[in-house]
Write a protein that binds this ligand. Sequence first.
Ligand code: FPP
Length: 284
Amino acid sequence: MNSKKISDPRHRSGTAESSDQSLQAELKRKGNIPAHIAVIMDGNGRWAKKRGLPRIAGHHEGVESVRDTVEACGQLGVKYLTLYAFSTENWKRPKEEVSLLMRLLMGALRDETDKLHRNNVRVHTIGDTASLPAEVQTELKEAIERTKQNSGLNLLLALSYSGRWDMATAMRAIAHEVEAGKIGAGAIDETLIGKYLSTGGIPDPDLLIRTSGEFRISNFLLWQLAYSEIYISPCYWPDFRRAELYNAIGDYQQRERRFGMVSEQVREPQRSQISQFFKNLSGT
Ligand code: FPP
């Protein structure tokens, strides 16, 4: 976590919009913008508790953070943003909170789909969406259908999702294909498994952000996060706005992603390949 912190654009001189644009331009100039960012949005309840408010107030304010993060990711040219909005385990919360969360989600989809569409965002879902209330499923289907031609940011809402659910579902589907004689057991490899996951065809997250200072993966994209860079933000999710997103991306840009290799191979891939070639030639 060694990046220079970026201050909130709203506290800078000049208009917020122009200073935000220059922060985005600076980030783009400094390094790669992650193609896929995944977020564990945590801390809504604690944010509310700190203010003596009911937990749902935290979830409400969390929708503002979703709005700002989605908009900023679209502007930065992030291709995929996956938000952990409701986990398989979240069904165990008090009934009232679950139903308020579902209503909030439905309202947010209703209110935001037009804007998402105007901003060229394409909505997708991952998870056991058949277990969601019928009205939520209807809103989701409409948002997906309405935005399906969009070519900007792909927004993946993880709903009734867990990494273990994802893997079990993929394994079951593969087993059916084997049973039906469509694929041989020997053909099962990492690429094939990846295709059967709910994120099939989507690159693995480059960057995982978790808010509220907790160091856990919480059954999120367990397979897909194998080589993601992790950024833990101290902010509760309702306090997470684009300035903190820029900090996370700035931090990511300073990481060296080695994917199990050594530093030299990553820094100077060509030279390292040439030296390997001569080593192979000389048999050393
Ligand atoms: C975690 O905070 C947050 C959730 C389980 C729900 C996230 C939902 C939203 C931000 C609103 C709707 C989302 C969209 C995509 C419109 P927590 O309740 O676990 O907080 P705590 O750990 O402080 O109790």
